[in-house]
Design a protein around this ligand. Structure first.
Ligand SMILES: Cc1cc2nc3c(=O)[nH]c(=O)nc-3n(C[C@H](O)[C@H](O)[C@H](O)COP(=O)(O)OP(=O)(O)OC[C@H]3O[C@@H](n4cnc5c(N)ncnc54)[C@H](O)[C@@H]3O)c2cc1C
Length: 429
């Protein structure tokens, strides 16, 4: 046996799972297709990531990077008339309200190097082309530059291969999310205006009338990540344009973002990601666990991706540690892991799918929310998806309000500007 555990992928999910296992004394081999540092989207973190970073022993290393601080998020309407700040510290259930906005190339590299410093054997660039599960463990087929090279044996596998989904594809585990069929168009810019005031580097989320939205995420002293997410049906109605022109057009037609971009210069090519949301039928089985995007991914609107990746990696590491010690890495041992992954996905999914409907936005952008209701929403948006009973009930009340808004239209609609192609998507569901 070459390793106790083979981890496929060196993003946040792979690094966290591998680190936990190596720190528990297991022999871990991690296989990463790319050579780090490499570009990755997903730059705004949630407060809950602090706990995962603590568990991995990596918090001090991330703090030493001096990434821009994130204390919450600014939510604005496309016309710029409404803007509200949601601070993580307004929830009493968020132990460490400050997190970061990161350049992922650096963030992921620090975590991967941390894994190596904890004893993980990191192989990169090393693509895994196959994983065969049998009664003894798993046999990985490795390739380098297209040529089949060698095989590696381990007692169990953690699939952290991100959207690629090595095992999810092989075992046909993916569940599509047609309600989140969106497309993201984005780049990095210098010279984007930052608000004055105490929290100039917090993420800004600007809702568009067509149910799309913009993100504006400062990732270092000069660079800002700017992207627009459009519903696929809205995007398909647009004229055929280059990625650059799509992004420029979206900026030009969204008043709240135009002034921020007046002095901006694009520093990278414009990138596009689409069809990024999916669930999983199952997150673990005999000798295998899926973590992070290799399991499921939700639309990026509430920045849940890295938090889920790190937390699921930590959970997988703990779960597998116990299973290896007891000499039983069968599916039965991972039933709790499976349940937790599914429950977290369902909890966030309810909120995320809501954001793409008008009644939800009318309630969410209410300029004068009751403080306790706001605090409950903040708790979830900070990443705490399993809050106290009181907060859970308040969140249910929030969903009830969105239902009432759908039926009765009690609140005014969110202002109607910033529309792809001039006509808003019709989704009152
Ligand atoms: C448009 C967009 C915006 C986003 N914005 C945010 C945000 O603001 N905040 C946030 O938290 N999240 C965001 N996300 C989500 C975030 O990017 C992901 O959830 C996060 O990167 C998941 O981490 P991971 O470790 O599971 O996967 P990844 O970070 O994708 O890492 C997977 C790794 O596996 C490697 N790999 C793949 N296949 C193989 C193979 N066969 N062999 C070896 N290695 C392999 C890859 O090279 C990669 O390094 C966004 C996503 C999108 C699409």
């Amino acid at each position: 046996m070459d390793y106790d555990v083979a981890v496929v992928g060196g993003g946040p999910a792979g690094s966290s799972a591998a680190t936990m296992l190596a720190r528990a004394g297991h022999r871990v081999g991690l296989f990463e297709r790319d050579t780090f540092p490499r570009f990755h989207i997903g730059e705004s973190l949630l407060a809950s990531t602090n706990e995962a970073l603590d568990a991995m022993g990596a918090a001090a290393k991330i703090r030493a990077m001096h990434f821009p601080e994130k204390w919450g998020a600014i939510f604005a309407t496309a016309d710029g008339r409404f803007e509200s700040y949601i601070g993580f510290s307004t929830s009493g259930e968020v132990p460490q309200p400050q997190t970061w906005q990161v350049e992922r190339a650096k963030f992921d590299q620090v975590l991967l190097e941390h894994a190596a410093s904890c004893g993980v054997v990191v192989h990169q660039p090393q693509r895994v082309i196959d994983a065969r599960l049998d009664a003894e463990g798993v046999l990985l087929g490795l390739a380098h530059e297209g040529a089949a090279s060698r095989r590696v044996r381990a007692r169990a596998i953690v699939d952290a291969s991100g959207r690629w989904g090595l095992l999810a594809r092989k075992l046909n585990l993916r569940v599509p999310e047609p309600r989140l069929a969106n497309i993201a168009i984005f780049s990095h810019f210098s010279g984007v205006a930052r608000p004055s005031g105490p929290r100039p580097t917090d993420i800004r989320i600007i809702a568009r009338e067509d149910l799309g939205w913009f993100w504006v995420i400062p990732i270092d002293a000069s660079l800002t990540s700017v992207g627009v997410v459009l519903r696929r049906d809205v995007f398909d109605q647009l004229p055929r344009l280059s990625h650059e022109d799509h992004l420029e057009r979206a900026i030009a037609e969204t008043p709240a973002i135009r002034p921020l971009m007046a002095g901006a210069r694009r520093e990278w090519a414009v990138r596009v990601e689409k069809d990024f949301s999916y669930g999983a039928r199952q997150y673990a089985g005999d000798r295998w666990l899926l973590v992070g995007d290799a399991g499921s991914f939700l639309d990026p609107v509430f920045s849940t991706g890295v938090a889920i990746a790190l937390e699921s990696g930590v959970e997988a590491g703990r779960m597998l540690d116990g299973a290896l010690r007891d000499g039983d890495v069968s599916a039965r041992r991972f039933a709790t892991f499976n349940r937790v992954q599914r429950a977290r996905y369902v909890a966030f999914r309810r909120f995320v799918t809501g954001f793409y409907t008008r009644p939800f936005r009318d309630v969410f952008y209410n300029p004068d929310p009751p403080p306790r209701l706001l605090s409950a929403v903040v708790t979830l948006l900070a990443g705490y998806w399993k809050p106290s009973l009181a907060t859970t009930l308040r969140l249910e009340y929030f969903y009830l309000l969105t239902w009432l808004q759908r039926q009765l239209r009690l609140l005014p609609a969110v202002p109607s500007v910033g529309t792809a192609g001039g006509g808003g998507a019709d989704d009152t569901a």
